[in-house]
Ligand binder design. Sequence first.
Ligand SMILES: Cc1cc2nc3c(=O)[nH]c(=O)nc-3n(C[C@H](O)[C@H](O)[C@H](O)COP(=O)(O)OP(=O)(O)OC[C@H]3O[C@@H](n4cnc5c(N)ncnc54)[C@H](O)[C@@H]3O)c2cc1C
Length: 506
Amino acid sequence: MDVLNAWQDILGSENVLTDAVALQAAKTATFATTQRVLAVIRPDNLQDVQACVRIANQYKTPIYPVSCGKNWGLGSRVPVQDNCVILELNRLNRIVDYNEKLAYITVEPGVTFRQVYEYLREQKSNLFISVIGGSPNSSVVGNTLERGDGIGPYGDRLTYVCGFEVVLPTGECIHTGFGRFANAQTTSVSRWGVGPYLDGIFTQSNLGIVTKLTMWLMPIPKYFQTFTCVIQDGSRLANVVDTVQRLVLQETLKSNSFSFWNCYKFLARQGQYPWKVMAGKTPLSLKDLKGVEPWLGSGALYSASREQGLAERQVIEEALKGQVEQLIFTDSESYSGLFNESLFIGVPSDTNIKSTYWRKKIKIPSSLNPDRDRCGVFWLCPVFPFDGQLIAEIVPVLESIIKSYQFEPNIAINCTSGRSLHMFIALMYDRDVEGEDRLAMECYDSLLQRLIQQGYIPYRLGIQSMNALPAAQDDYGKLIRTLKQGLDPNNILAPGRYDFRSDWSD
Ligand SMILES: Cc1cc2nc3c(=O)[nH]c(=O)nc-3n(C[C@H](O)[C@H](O)[C@H](O)COP(=O)(O)OP(=O)(O)OC[C@H]3O[C@@H](n4cnc5c(N)ncnc54)[C@H](O)[C@@H]3O)c2cc1C
């Protein structure tokens, strides 16, 4: 193919992959997909990316950029549409800038959370990056562009990033914020720049390829505490959720610093399905086995002194008194190891990834790869108002849909702000069990339809559901179409990705 030769001339043949093994891996997600991938191309720097994009335009060949490609549960590396070429950016893995005083780091798309963590350790930095519960080998840029969920006070990605470098679908390059000015001194410390604010349109979209961005880092607090508690069963959730809402709104608890996990989420993190106890049958029902389905709460406190920390702890203890059990705090003075092991303080861990092997009958391997090992995973990510009554009503509805498809309802709820909650529903299954791919997809679809019906639209989508949302009731689709046509006249960049043009009519 001429287009492949053209890319080979720029990147070398070793960075234009067309062999069957590479293509099979590239089109494999944690659920069933049918998209074919024509090739995987691997640029090394900004100029390569621009050249690759220009060639894609010349030959009208669609490309699908990924950073580290660990979008497990939402599509992995698989393009939304058939017959794309994957533009893999993990060779752009440089930490471009870091400033301890002003607390930021500038990274390329191949830079992983683990890499930033290790780099900051080497620098003896007093800062940490908000990590995710997913793979330490995920991309800081990729997670941001999906508007993923970070852990801890800086977890709301778009609030803490700026200074994007973007290759447009025509191959031109722009810098957001103040970055377009030759001598700008404030690109990494000020988000808005001067003029229209553009960063947002390059997230959850197909309007550009981000080749660099700055993420702000949080100071490691003088006194740090984590805590856990048990909520005996779902019927008590309403009060506890409302109590926590007040604590988050008044900022005793910071945003993204407290989450609720149901027992199935917790069990899947601790180990694999209890095949022996269940005599090989699925699903597991703790209600049938033990009579209760408890929830676990866990949070963190970031304080400038011991005194402040203890006062905050007291506020929490008083607020949760009588509502939760086993409220246990651990603090960094009595246990300094906390700084080396808590996700809340930016220590990445692949413990949660092990939960993708929940229903697998193989031993969890040392090198985790749910795509390769045919772990079935779907994430469904709705957002809700932070309201206890609502959560107490909606959770049983969702649980009963999931149970009716013979899966365990694996649910976590993250306190994103004092006003909203992000829910993560995981369908974990074994792709090697016949029929489960189909069943899980059907289960996902019914959950999604139910949520949409009630007005709870997901804040993030998997590749299989980019078309599943209702049409806009205004001219949103028309605006997106205008932007897309203006920026990508040949429609070569990530067709279908958060591509809400379809509802447009003139
Ligand atoms: C057990 C488990 C736990 C998880 N926990 C979390 C969590 O706590 N928070 C969370 O957010 N996610 C979580 N995830 C989901 C997912 O693994 C992460 O979001 C991960 O960051 C995505 O992979 P990545 O960073 O390698 O991004 P990629 O896969 O590289 O990128 C994601 C998508 O963004 C687009 N994109 C990527 N890079 C670019 C670019 N440079 N320019 C333009 N578009 C681009 C592409 O469409 C790509 O498909 C979890 C997954 C699992 C299985």
